[in-house]
Ligand binder design. Structure first.
Ligand code: GTR
Length: 329
């Protein structure tokens, strides 16, 4: 009798694994997604694509709803909520993880990547694997990496050389590395949430900030900070992630659906990203922004030695990651 029960249990377990998705008996789930940007931003469209794919491939059992434009809170709060499981999926920049997941510091480091293709090879390879491990340890499951282009300075007064930025109050994300990076440039770093940058520029609380073309344009920061200096000082990428709390309750078939959907959404996001960078640049130029080209970045990158020393000097793990990235062709 006992043997029969065991046999039956085994058969049911096997059937559960083999059953097509729609036949699973679990409850339909509603997942809440966080996005800092507007719905039409490449990342928002990538997240919506992710949601649609998951929903259709699970026969509507997992319904994904993305809340765009930071309606569920600013980035640091959203990260906490993901860790607690009150937000189920999100797209985050990796900088706000710098103090929580050390390997994210590596891909934030200034002037590390030669170009976007170099960054993608690193994040799609070993560096991405290390970062995913560190994120998992803090409750965040990385499924795919989104592009975020190069970040550059923008200010209310023209900045042509590092001497011009001396003493300027420049907004940074909440990350010690960003504070050190901006100090190394000679600026006075001011950590603020993304959503407060516009009014802080307007009221003179800060003299500038730094970001990629699409963020500079979509937030309308260009209306108040009229000078964009093309420093391209960091290529820090972004993650599409789900909460570990949710992940732990998924079976392997479900996990594969999410992984595939996330990767496909990243291919889509990266295409949109490349287009949007051009569009955003043209839009701000048409609006009269002064773009200051930086033909030689060495005067900027040479200032970064103390940042590398602080973050990799006594940390063989991060130093090795940097070394490997530099050696990537
Ligand atoms: C954007 C990024 C956001 C956020 C923002 C910021 O480029 O996509 O996730 O990190 O920058 O500077 O706060």
């Amino acid at each position: 009798m006992k043997a029969l029960r065991t046999l039956r249990a085994a058969a049911i377990a096997a059937a559960a694994v083999l059953l097509p998705w729609g036949a699973a008996t679990g409850q339909a789930q509603e997942w809440r997604g966080w996005n800092i940007h507007a719905a039409d931003y490449p990342n928002g469209r990538g997240m919506d694509r992710f949601g649609e794919l998951v929903q259709s491939r699970t026969n509507n059992r997992i319904r994904m709803r993305t809340f765009h434009s930071a309606t569920l809170g600013q980035q640091d709060e959203a990260i906490q909520q993901m860790r607690l499981g009150t937000i189920d999926f999100a797209n985050f920049n990796l900088s706000p993880f710098n103090n929580l997941a050390p390997s994210t510091q590596v891909v934030t480091l200034p002037f590390l990547f030669r170009d976007v293709a170099h960054m993608q090879r690193a994040i799609d390879g070993l560096a991405g694997e290390e970062i995913a491990r560190d994120l998992e340890a803090i409750g965040i499951i990385a499924l795919a990496w989104y592009d975020a282009g190069a970040r550059s300075l923008y200010t209310v007064r023209p900045v042509r050389t590092p001497a011009d930025v001396r003493g300027m109050k420049i907004r940074v994300q909440t990350s010690d590395l960003w504070i050190d990076l901006m100090r190394a440039m000679g600026a006075n770093p001011t950590p603020l949430p993304f959503g407060e940058v516009f009014t802080s520029l307007q009221s003179g609380v800060i003299d500038g900030a730094e970001n990629n073309w699409p963020s500079y344009e979509s937030t309308r920061h260009f209306e108040v900070a009229r000078f964009y200096t093309d420093t391209q000082h960091s290529n820090v990428p972004e993650v599409l992630a789900v909460s570990r709390q949710r992940w732990q309750r998924l079976n392997e078939a479900e996990r594969n659906i999410l992984r595939d959907a996330a990767r496909e959404s990243a291919v889509f996001q990266r295409q949109l990203w490349a287009e949007r960078e051009q569009v955003s640049r043209r839009r701000v130029e048409a609006a009269g922004v002064t773009v200051i080209e930086v033909p030689d970045r060495r005067p900027w990158s040479e200032l970064m030695a103390p940042v590398y020393q602080k973050y990799t000097g006594n940390n063989p793990r991060l130093a090795t990651m940097v070394q490997r990235i530099r050696e990537l062709q």
